[in-house]
Design a protein around this ligand. Structure first.
Ligand code: ASP
Length: 422
């Protein structure tokens, strides 16, 4: 691949994002609805779906192969334990911090729900919220193949990690299997390299479709909620991550974001951490300089369990709903929200819209009416795009930090402006 690939791909994807945004917003305002319908049906939906299906197709194989390889190649149980502990600690700490900050902003500073009267037509039929312990019990698959077919990521992760650990313990005897995992990993990443170019028309089509359908007008009635949530997400993205990254690694946060742009763009247009995973791993390895072992281990795990953006949404949404219903949350209730939102984000699958479903767990934990979700459902499609960007950025920052801590970060690659993507 030509040496300027890093910059070229980034620019193309960014152009597609901006182009799609402008086209969709303008189109929603000026084109007749019939034209928009035809555009969506014949061009935008098929184009977007092809891209989405192509990257989604890779998710289960990549999660499985890369975790087996990641765990096995880290090898030494002490090192695996240390890396695992660091990754999990950063994931948990950033999530808890994120939801605490979100609650502070929404409860103390802005209070977006005060003054809003409860609409009488707020229709939402709550499903039974899953019991929180089930999240943990369900991690263990009864049948790993079924878990793969159903795309149950936590179960696939559980099985893959065990296999990887066993591979490492068998040592020389299992060498061919480790090689197989490594080669399969490389092959899958090569496929990502090929289909990543579909992101250019794909991102354009996905964004343009959402904007043509929804416009930005849907955000207006709930502007206070939208702005509070966007502000909290932005704070996490532009302040918390850069700060943590710099404190732990002394690397330039600006360069981190430069390398990371394709991941953010794909996350924004797909609203899915899972679908973004192939791009996340590719960018971490080839642009951020994260070692293969750590990228393969930390990112699939993060895409599934680390969702700081979702936790922020759940914090702001809980405060908002409580305020609209005129319910004052006590300190104990706020702490309960922090804990359940962190757990709920572990249980949230990295696909569009699920954060809103697991929000019911958080609301129930503090006895708020689950029907309150109806208040925010209309704006959630657009906000999901933004929180997914935060979700995947937390994973990427953690992978860079832990790789640097383990002395496994290729700093030259990290700073290389013209490095290829292969
Ligand atoms: N769409 C989010 C993600 O995939 C999950 C959610 O909050 O709905 O990361």
């Amino acid at each position: 691949m030509p040496p300027t690939k890093k910059a070229t791909l980034t620019l193309w994807i960014l152009a597609a994002l901006l182009g799609g945004l402008i086209f969709g917003i303008v189109g929603h305002a000026v084109f007749p609805e019939a034209v928009n319908e035809i555009l969506i049906k014949w061009i935008l939906k098929p184009t977007g779906d092809v891209f989405l299906r192509a990257i989604t197709m890779l998710v289960v194989p990549i999660v499985f192969v890369s975790l087996v390889y990641g765990a096995a190649s880290i090898g030494d149980p002490a090192k695996l334990g240390r890396v695992g502990l660091r990754v999990m600690l950063i994931y948990l700490a950033t999530t808890a911090l994120a939801v605490t900050m979100a609650l502070f902003i929404a409860e103390v500073i802005v209070r977006p729900g005060t003054g809003i009267t409860l609409p009488t037509d707020a229709a939402f039929t709550p499903k039974d919220a899953p019991f929180i312990m089930d999240v943990f019990v369900d991690m263990v698959p009864k049948n790993p193949f079924q878990a793969m077919v159903e795309g149950n990521m936590l179960q696939v992760i559980f099985f893959a990690l065990l296999l990887g650990i066993a591979l490492a313990q068998l040592g020389a005897k299992a060498e061919p299997a480790l090689r197989l995992a490594e080669i399969s990993n490389d092959v899958l990443m090569r496929v990502v390299e090929i289909i990543i170019w579909l992101a250019v028309p794909g991102v354009f089509a996905l964004i343009a479709k959402v904007m043509l359908e929804q416009g930005l007008g849907v955000l207006l009635p709930l502007l206070a909620y939208v702005l509070t949530l966007s502000g909290a997400l932005l704070l996490q993205l532009a302040l918390v991550y850069p700060l943590i990254l710099y404190l732990f690694t002394r690397l330039s946060p600006l360069q981190f974001f430069k390398n990371h742009i394709p991941v953010m763009t794909v996350a924004f247009s797909t609203s899915s951490s899972n679908a973004t995973l192939p791009v996340s791993i590719d960018v971490a390895e080839r642009r951020q300089g994260v070692s293969k072992g750590i990228a393969s281990f930390a990112l699939p795990l993060g895409a599934t369990i680390n969702m700081d953006g979702t936790a922020i949404m759940q914090g702001v949404a809980t405060a908002f709903i409580a305020q609209v219903y005129g319910i004052e949350l006590s300190f104990t209730q706020l702490v309960t929200v922090v804990v359940t939102a962190a757990l709920a984000s572990v249980g949230t699958a990295g696909v569009p819209g699920v954060g809103l479903i697991t929000l019911s767990m958080v609301l129930m934990s503090v006895k708020l009416p689950v029907e309150g979700i109806a208040l925010i459902i209309g704006v959630d499609r657009l906000l999901d795009m933004a929180r997914t960007v935060v979700n995947v950025t937390g994973d990427a920052a953690t992978a860079v930090i832990v790789s640097k801590m383990e002395n496994e970060l290729d700093v030259e690659e990290f700073y290389a402006e013209n490095a290829g993507t292969d």
